[in-house]
Every structure is written in C-alpha cells, then in structure tokens.
Design a protein around this ligand. Structure first.
Ligand SMILES: [Zn+2]
Length: 338
C-alpha cells in the first residue's frame, strides 16, 4: 500500500512511471540522474570519476552512488525499469564491454553492462557517449522535432552520433557516425587513434591545444588571456577571437574550415535536417563559428541538400550528461521491445 501511495505522489508531480536511472561515466565526472522517459529529473548526483587501474572497484562505487540516489529519492529498485549507461567508447557491438577507452586510462576491456547489472540487480543498457548525446539532443535539445539529426562535439576528441529516420543509427558493429576519424586530409597529421588526417587531429581539443602551444605568438591576445603561449587552449582562442585578435581569428577560421569539410561529407552521405554542434562551437557562438561555418558548407554542398540544412549549437549544455544517461535507459527499453 505504501509503495502504491508513493508512486501515485510521483505521478501527481508529473513523473512517468516506471522511472529510468541514467549513469554518465565521463573522463572527468560521473553524473547520475533518476528521471523518466519524458526527461523530468527527480534526483541527480555528480562527482569526479577518478578512474583507477581497477575498473570493477570503480564500477562498484558507481553502483553504490546509484543505490544512494534511489534511497535519497525514496525509490526502490523495483520502481526503475532500466538503467542507462553513457560511457566513452569504443564499446563492442553487443553493448557489453568497453574496449580500452582512451578517456578512462587504466580501464582495459571492461564488461561494464554485466558488472552494473549484477551490482544493481536491474536491467542495464550501455551506449557510447556520442550515441547517448545524439539521443539526448534529439529528444530534449536542439534536435527536437527532427527525424534526421547529426550531433558532433569537439571537446578533447571529436564525438559524433546519428539519428536517422527517427532512430539511433548504429551501423555495422555499432560505431557508425565516428566522423571525428574520417579524414579531412589524406596522409595528414597523425591522430591519437593511429590513423592520419582525421578531423580530430585538426580540430579536436587535445590536438588543437598541442598546436597552439607550438605556434601561439607571445604577443597575441591568446597568450595574454592564457597567461603564456604554453598555457594556450581552444577556449582562449575563442575569447581572443571575440576581442578581434588576428591570430585567434585565423585559428577560428582554420577550425571552421575543417569542421565544414566533415559536415559537407555528412550532408552528402546522410542528408541530415539538422547538425547539432557541442562544446567549442557552442561556446564560440554565431559570429565566430556558426555563420562562417554555414557559408563554408554552402560553398561545397548541393543546394538541394544544403538549402534547408540547419547547423545549430547544442542546447543541453551542462545538463547533457543527465539526459544522455536517461536516453540510454530509454533506448534500452525500446531496444527490448523491438
Ligand atoms: Zn583518428
């Protein structure tokens, strides 16, 4: 009877029952969110990831966090339909095992789904973080209302995911949409993935930071804002370009041109209605990134594909991890029912 009254009170607050539990395991932060498939969040928690050489112990701590979150919300595991995990790739095609994720040093092959399912006694569904992010922006962010959405985020690396025809597109072996590692220069710069000429080697945050430390003039506003050329990072370029600094402007132009190459390829291959861009582009904004980017894309893409193509900033910002986890959970339910 008690459980019945409590669920009713959640429903009265507008929550859709049963609930979903989202866990976003990032390189720096773990974010947990208890909510529903409509994106309403009942309870959330965040803490530093601090990955160790013992991923099973790290995951046991995450399971403890999840139990604490449920207790805080006065919800029992029985009230949770599915746990969704958004985790850094690569992940095997079955969605079982993380395969040496570069963003979690010390983690090798980690059967994350089975470990968390055993620890929590709940159904667990794992998506790579880029897939979870495209689902989140599609259902609750800048991609809402469209059927064909590309999400591309330029942070440390480049993550990308595709929703095509109103469904997550996984492709063969589940890694479709890894645009960050499609070449923008043949035989170009070496990439952390082992290939050459990848988009990530040109506009990924880590690669761009290395470049900036090698070439930033000491007299530029980038160096002044960063506190020296050796501290220069992409966000300092964004800030200095906003002041009109010529070096920063030329770096933004280079960034936009390389990003445009990837978007042109995407436009021809999957003809999205909207391309949603996170992190660096979202912080650079309209004048420094989106307006020139749209122009570069329009120069290279057929009008029939480019005319209605929207290129927009991501909308979820710092709440993305909450929605990514919840969307992974919802994907788990829908995958089961298919
Ligand atoms: Zn690469």
């Amino acid at each position: 009877m008690l459980a019945c009254r409590r669920l009713n009170s959640l429903e009265l607050k507008g929550f859709f029952i049963p609930l979903l539990l989202g866990i976003d395991i990032g390189g720096t932060k773990v974010a947990l969110a208890l909510g529903d498939e409509r994106g309403r969040v009942l309870e959330r928690a965040r803490r530093p990831t601090n990955p160790t050489e013992h991923p099973a112990d790290d995951l046991a701590r995450i399971a403890e966090d999840a139990r604490a979150l449920l207790a805080r919300a006065d919800v029992t595991p029985n009230d949770v339909a599915c746990v969704g995990v958004s985790a850094p790739g690569p992940i095997d095609a079955q969605g079982e095992t993380l395969l040496h994720p570069p963003n979690l040093p010390g983690w090798g092959e980690v059967p994350v789904r089975a470990i968390l399912a055993d620890a929590l006694g709940l159904r667990v569904h794992v998506e790579n973080d880029a897939n979870a992010a495209v689902l989140a922006e599609w259902r609750f962010g800048a991609g809402r209302g469209y059927d064909d959405v590309v999400y591309l985020t330029a942070s440390t690396g480049i993550g990308a995911g595709l929703v095509l025809g109103g469904r997550l597109h996984r492709g063969h072996a589940g890694n479709a949409g890894e645009v960050g590692h499609a070449p923008v220069e043949w035989e170009g710069l070496p990439c952390a993935c082992g290939q050459r000429g990848c988009l990530e080697a040109y506009v990924g945050g880590a690669a761009w930071t290395r470049r900036l430390r090698a070439i930033t003039p000491a007299t530029s506003a980038v160096a002044r804002i960063a506190g020296g050329s050796q501290q220069a990072r992409p966000e300092h370029v964004v800030a200095a370009a906003g002041e009109g600094d010529p070096f920063a402007r030329s770096e933004m132009e280079r960034f936009n041109r390389y990003l445009a190459r990837a978007i042109v390829t995407l436009a021809f291959v999957v003809a999205p209605e909207v391309v949603v861009l996170g992190t660096i582009p979202a912080s650079a904004g309209e004048a420094l990134c989106f307006a020139p980017l749209r122009e570069h894309v329009a120069e290279q893409v057929w009008p029939v594909l480019g005319r209605d193509l929207r290129i927009v900033p991501a909308a979820l910002g710092s709440e993305l991890p909450d929605y990514a986890g919840l969307c992974a959970a919802r994907e788990g339910l829908e995958t089961r029912s298919r």
